[in-house]
Design a protein around this ligand. Structure first.
Ligand code: 6GP
Length: 829
């Protein structure tokens, strides 16, 4: 570890002395001061981005006041902290969140108005910090905000990718990926902490050093390559500024920025090779969602941020503690999926090899310190690394994994009489597929608690991937159902509904979301229902404007908005939704006299660049949209739109504008879902399968207020065992058969009539995702929704009940459960 020559003697920080004012005059003055002295522009010459920066810096100062206080309080209390290790944090924009949580919205808007600057316009200039792919990354961001809101002292640890999640464009109907550049205008939220930097090793050799008599030899890892991890800190402010936590993201740099010898001898490129190689580690986010990326660079990323975070945790611990023997009393480390699972081996190495702890004690502390969240059961997403790669890159960690494995297997044989198949199932090494290290098993055995993210998912974890490990450690798996932060997903995304709720039930729900239930009694109040519907109508008009600006398609805000936005994945079954659109299109044309419900089907989402089927689904959505939208025969009864480049900011516009939320994954496959929660909180009715958290949503909202359809998880498993194929189902359903025929015969792709042969053929031959199997039930349920739409009072009553009954799905509740059951830290709210 590097000594810190600049460390000052701690002085008590008197925050009240320096606290920045919240009044409009002070804010207005300070914004101009920032513009002048931090940015070097006069108000007359300032451009939009200069105003954004000046406002951000002004707001940031107010957060810093709280941040420093929180740091001092934390240091003084010596209490336990949480370190949330996540490869992804899908934060989105921060300015509105910060202003809202500090209750500064009116004042800042007022202050800017004095210079004729519009806060809403300025906020839109902020780039989305897209350091994540989807569910797992967005959950980490909601959790950071909730930890700060309920008062769990914690750090988020991750990677400062230079390029976040790619920008998606649609060209001729197909997805095109373009680099994302969120740091283009600098990042006023982050603080570089050069003094917080650590060396991270790769490769090299391990040597045995003879230790003291009677003690085993010590192992010394001499990496062949070393890079520097430098910390960048972003303050995360909680509701009402009560707490501020830190998101610490690591950036990779070469130890020697340039090899001067090489440069001087004329090798100008060679002089930079090392620095390029180091910086490559944190250059770009892998766009793989629920799918193992598999390349060496990915393993480097995983180890890089794990090791940096652990070294940082240890250094901070030793600043106020004499030894590491109480580490688990002072810090709880949550592994967000298996991406940081190598931490288990790395912490053992740091404790045993670097800090001289005995193996058994180190193992006990390691297990007490770590806990692990699983986010998917999809076999293709379970991480495993070829032994030869692991050994070459991380030779000492490989030895440690072998030692852990031997101990676990011995224990399984002795205590539970495991043999053969069950040993193979728990082993950290997969012997069948060319010998691989299994990261799920490593995370599991290295943790004292392992959790799933919905009740169903947790049950399935016990029955499937972790069946044998669950038998060995029956108390380890527990459930922690996901949640979403109501600050971003209700207050900020839906100001209209928020004001209406405030007027109707008072402001209590802002501090305690469970109070939102008070609005339930207004569900039968016709006046309130109309106002609720008017807010929804406004939100839909706003989305219609976005659709018109971006796609030049006009949609009617009075139509039923039926929305599916999320990553594109076969199991999420956007294909089922598109087939229903095609079938509906057929029906509208063949029965023009029927009283069809006008519908707008909205899709958005990105496909992993190498996931061909997912890209075909995007192409199909766009092809179908083009044909339907330009057919005068449907008379605006049906529109299909695919909005490109789905991201957090677009989600904030979409979620409040939905009438129907599509949550239609093949049962048993979606671990939880969180978009489902955002939609329902904003008063959309869900059409969904009994999958993930939909099951618990049904229980809370009431089954009469949600549209459930399709096979259950156990029925899906049963069908698969029986060797279900789609052919006989399709042949028995003319509606489905005709829709598929239209798709596969080129009605929507006349330039390439066979484009969708493969996609459709899969349904006939296999139907792995149960699309054919669930079609009829889905179709019927959509028609039930049509019927309900014809009765606006009843529709709105149910929509209000959705909003009223969703508070349990707040991430504040999830975080309190983690704090109580897994981390054993306090909360103060
Ligand atoms: C996702 C799950 O697919 C989603 O169901 C869940 O709501 C979310 O995690 C948060 O728990 N999984 C991922 O995003 C992922 O990459 C490895 O899993």
């Amino acid at each position: 570890q590097r000594p810190d020559p600049d460390a000052a003697a701690p002085l008590p920080h008197d925050a009240s002395a320096s606290r920045r004012s919240y009044d409009v005059d002070a804010l207005a003055e300070e914004i101009v001061e920032k513009l002048t002295y931090s940015i070097g522009k006069s108000p007359a010459r300032a451009r939009k981005y200069d105003w954004l920066r000046a406002v951000t810096l002004t707001v940031r100062d107010r957060i810093i006041d709280h941040w420093l206080e929180a740091e001092d309080a934390r240091a003084a209390s010596g209490g336990k902290q949480v370190a949330y290790l996540s490869m992804e944090f899908l934060i989105g924009r921060l300015l509105r969140d910060a202003i809202n949580n500090l209750n500064l919205t009116t004042q800042v808007a007022e202050a800017l108005k004095r210079y004729n600057v519009d806060l809403d316009m300025i906020e839109l200039l902020e780039p989305d910090a897209a350091l994540g792919n989807g569910g797992l990354g967005r959950l980490a961001a909601c959790f950071m905000e909730s930890m700060a809101s309920v008062g769990v002292p914690g750090f988020g640890y991750g990677i400062r990718y230079v390029h976040g999640f790619f920008r998606q464009e649609i060209a001729d109907g197909a997805q095109v990926e373009l680099p994302e550049n969120w740091l283009l205008h600098g990042n006023p939220w982050e603080f570089e902490r050069r003094e917080r930097s650590y060396e991270i090793g790769f490769g090299g050799k391990v040597t045995s050093v003879v230790g003291e008599p009677g003690k085993p030899p010590r192992q010394l890892w001499r990496p062949a390559e070393r890079v520097l991890a430098v910390a960048y800190d972003t303050p995360i402010v909680g509701w009402r500024g009560a707490h501020v936590n830190t998101l610490r993201l690591w950036s990779a740099q070469a130890l020697d920025p340039i090899l001067l010898d090489a440069f001087n001898s004329g090798d100008h490129i060679g002089a930079l090779v090392e620095s390029n190689k180091a910086e490559a580690i944190t250059r770009v986010l892998y766009p793989a969602d629920s799918h193992q990326a598999g390349q060496e660079l990915r393993l480097r990323q995983e180890f890089f941020f794990s090791s940096a975070s652990l070294q940082d945790i240890i250094r901070r611990h030793l600043e106020t503690n004499e030894s590491l023997s109480n580490l688990h009393d002072k810090v709880s480390i949550q592994l967000n999926d298996t991406h940081p699972a190598v931490s288990v081996a790395e912490l053992m190495r740091l404790l045993v090899d670097v800090h001289g702890m005995e193996w058994d004690e180190a193992w006990e502390i390691t297990r007490q310190t770590f806990s692990y969240t699983n986010h998917t059961l999809l076999p293709e997403a379970l991480e495993h690394w070829p032994i030869h790669l692991f050994e070459r890159l991380l030779p000492r960690q490989m030895q440690i994994i072998y030692a852990i494995n031997a101990a676990v297997i011995r224990q399984a044989m002795e205590s539970k009489g495991f043999d053969g198949g069950r040993i193979a199932a728990i082993s950290l090494i997969d012997e069948n597929n060319g010998r691989r290290v299994r990261m799920g098993q490593l995370a599991f055995v290295g943790s004292h608690a392992v959790n799933g993210v919905s009740a169903l998912h947790t049950d399935l974890m016990k029955e499937t991937v972790f069946h044998a490990l669950h038998e060995l450690y029956p108390d380890r798996i527990q459930n922690k159902t996901n949640g979403v932060t109501p600050r971003r997903w209700l207050m900020e995304a839906n100001p209209g509904l928020t004001s209406l709720l405030k007027e109707t039930i008072g402001e209590g729900f802002l501090d305690d979301i469970s109070k939102i239930r008070d609005v339930e009694r207004f569900a039968t109040d016709a006046g309130f229902r109309d106002r609720f519907a008017a807010v929804k109508r406004e939100n839909k008009a706003r989305l219609a404007d976005v659709i018109s600006e971006r796609l030049a398609i006009s949609v009617d805000p009075d139509a039923l908005f039926d929305i599916q936005v999320k990553r594109i994945h076969e199991y999420k079954r956007q294909f089922l939704n598109i087939i229903e659109a095609v079938a509906l299109y057929d029906q509208i044309r063949s029965q023009p006299a029927t009283n069809w419900t006008p519908r707008v089907k909205v899709f958005a989402g990105k496909a992993a660049p190498s996931y061909l089927q997912a890209k075909e689904i995007i192409h199909l959505a766009n092809d179908v949209a083009r044909v339907i939208n330009s057919d005068p025969a449907v008379r605006d009864l049906l529109k299909v739109v695919f909005i490109p480049n789905y991201n957090v900011s677009l989600a904030e516009i979409i979620m409040p504008a939905a009438d129907i939320s599509e949550q239609i994954s093949t049962a048993g496959l979606e671990a939880s879902g969180t978009g489902n929660m955002k939609f329902a909180l904003n008063g959309a009715l869900t059409i969904g399968t009994l999958d993930g958290a939909n099951v618990e949503m049904r229980d809370h909202i009431g089954e009469e207020n949600i549209f459930i359809f399709g096979l259950t998880a156990s029925e899906v498993a049963q069908r698969r065992r029986e060797g279900h194929s789609g052919r006989s189902v399709i042949e028995g359903l003319p509606l489905l058969r005709d829709a598929l025929h239209a798709i596969s015969s080129g009605v929507f792709s006349p330039d390439e009539p066979n484009r969708y042969n493969g996609l459709v053929g899969n349904l006939y031959n296999n139907d792995w995702w149960m699309i054919a199997a669930d079609f009829q039930s889905y179709w019927d349920t959509q028609r039930r929704a049509d019927a309900l739409w014809a009765d606006p009072a009843e529709w709105n009553r149910k929509a209000i009940l959705n909003t009223a009954r969703m508070s349990w799905f707040s991430s504040d509740r999830s975080i309190r459960e983690y704090a109580a059951d897994i981390w054993r830290t306090g909360t103060d709210a």
